[in-house]
Design a protein around this ligand. Structure first.
Ligand code: PNW
Length: 483
């Protein structure tokens, strides 16, 4: 058997996000974000954890660039903290030069070592000022103007050197976890007993539209005023699992699987990539709870040419049809989600987190489906896992991570197959994550890093997977697929 091939110019590296690694939350003029508030006002919801120190990347970024260099990474995906750039967030609020200077040091440090910066503008850390002023993502008209201004500041100040932009990370998680389950900041929910505010019947859909329009405004601004001189590309990172029918012979389960993926991905991809209304199944189920796009919204959507589909992929599930949606999870459509099918077969091997099973076969189907539906080059902007039991391991145990190595290998093989056998265009891969870091409301337990972080000393130690990813990728680039 030959090793399947990846294209010679395949982009690859590691990913992180600002609040998960930076720390230094009160330094150099940074404003508060909704995650600071959430962790401090509601510590029981984040296992007592917060990002005050996290991996202290703000002070140790040079060491982290060294790690990337040692791992042979071609690229590094990180996110900018909006509250460091515009502490109060809004379009008439001052820009913080010290925040700009930090990201300049990081970007320049990467470029000196030949590592390409991939910048996410928004990875869930909304300036608290905007939430307080007008409801943040709940105010569709205001937030899109403030996001556009923030994006313009970033293009102006970093775009001479940054050529790869991602507007938003996982708008689905921001809307559903932030406004339906209440498990992420700002923690609004009408079904979560810990929440005292929020209307989960409408808020996820309002904040979804706010994110779609914010993405489109930022891309349209880039197209008009920056792309001609800066010549970069800009995309969005969407999450979404692949779903197979619980009963492979039941038409209703087949429809449920497709419906589930439309609720996950089509929600954002239809307006952004197809410049169409939300998927029909969402309209049918949600009716007027789902905001409409006006003609002027469509003009903005049409003016925004998104260059690539950023895919965050971790796992897959089975979908079983329901007659009526469950009250507290109607955001998934009238579907039950299961990790075993009707025959009792598991969807994949267990990892170190309950929601994450290793499902590389379904990853290939997912890639091919997304490429066929939306027709844009795909970059995997996140993929990775904690190993079984890793949260309880010592450093010496954790740095030996064969489960993660196998996970990467199998997922790289699925990418190769989707390219070579199914004809997809897949142009890059970012492993999540460079470092063990703050796993949001799961705190510091789950370890997704290829680098072990000792949270007492903040010392970093490479795991075996970190040193092997480079060779896994180059092997797949040098051997041609035969089939
Ligand atoms: C992504 N789920 O979030 C985020 O982009 C990262 O910041 C995060 O650390 C990483 O995946 C690992 O979780 C997700 O429950 C969080 O299905 C939760 C889920 C999926 C993605």
């Amino acid at each position: 058997m030959t090793t399947p091939a990846l294209p010679p110019n395949f982009e690859w590296g590691f990913a992180t996000a600002s609040y998960q690694i930076e720390g230094a939350v009160a330094e150099d003029g940074r404003g508060k974000s909704i995650w600071d508030t959430y962790c401090h006002l509601e510590p029981t919801r984040t296992k007592g954890a917060n990002g005050d120190v996290a991996c202290d990347h703000y002070h140790r970024y040079e060491q982290d660039i060294e790690l990337l260099s040692r791992y042979g990474a071609k690229a590094y995906r990180f996110s900018i903290s909006w509250s460091r750039i515009i502490p109060l967030g809004g379009r008439n609020d001052p820009v913080n030069e010290a925040g700009i200077a930090f990201y300049n040091r990081l970007i320049d440090g990467l470029l000196v070592r030949g590592i390409t910066p991939w910048v996410t503008l928004y990875h869930w850390d909304l300036p608290q000022g905007l939430h307080d002023r007008y409801g943040g993502w709940l105010n569709v008209d205001e937030i899109q103007l403030d996001f556009e201004r923030y994006a313009r500041v970033c293009f102006e100040r970093f775009g001479d050197r940054v050529k790869d932009w991602i507007t938003l990370n996982e708008p689905w998680i921001q809307s559903i976890f932030g406004y339906s389950t209440g498990g992420n900041a700002p923690g609004r929910s009408s079904t979560n007993k810990q929440s005292t505010e929020g209307d989960s019947t409408t808020e996820p859909w309002i904040t979804g539209k706010a994110q779609i329009m914010s993405h489109a405004r930022a891309v349209a601004a880039y197209d008009k005023d920056f792309r001609p001189s800066q010549k970069g590309k800009i995309g969005v990172s969407l999450n979404g699992d692949y779903y197979e029918p619980w009963d492979a012979n039941d038409e209703r389960d087949k429809e449920a699987a497709e419906r589930r993926m439309q609720f996950h991905i089509g929600w954002f991809a239809n307006p952004i990539f197809l410049k169409q209304d939300y998927p029909e199944c969402m309209r049918t189920q949600l009716g007027s709870r789902l905001p409409r796009f006006t003609e002027s919204d469509f003009e903005i959507l049409r003016a925004a040419e998104t260059d690539f589909y950023g895919m965050n992929y971790y796992t897959s599930q089975f979908a079983r049809h329901r007659e009526t949606p469950a009250l507290d999870t109607d955001y998934v459509g009238n579907v039950d989600e299961l990790q075993e099918n009707k025959k009792g077969l598991p969807v994949g091997e267990k990892s170190g987190l309950h929601w994450l099973r290793s499902c590389p076969g379904m990853f290939r189907k997912h890639l091919t489906r997304v490429y066929r539906l939306y027709g844009k080059p795909i970059y995997i902007t996140e993929n990775g896992c904690p190993c079984p039991g890793e949260d309880k391991m010592t450093r010496e145990e954790a740095i030996n991570d064969p489960y993660r190595i196998r996970y990467f290998e199998k997922h790289l093989d699925s990418i190769s197959k989707s390219i070579n056998e199914d004809g997809s265009i897949i142009s890059g891969y970012f492993a999540w994550s460079l470092l063990d870091n703050l796993e949001w409301s799961d705190g510091y337990g789950p370890r997704f890093g290829v680098t072990f972080t000792d949270y007492d000393t903040l010392e970093r130690t490479p795991k075996k997977s970190a040193l092997l990813l480079h060779s896994m990728i180059t092997e797949r680039q040098t051997v041609k697929a035969t089939s």
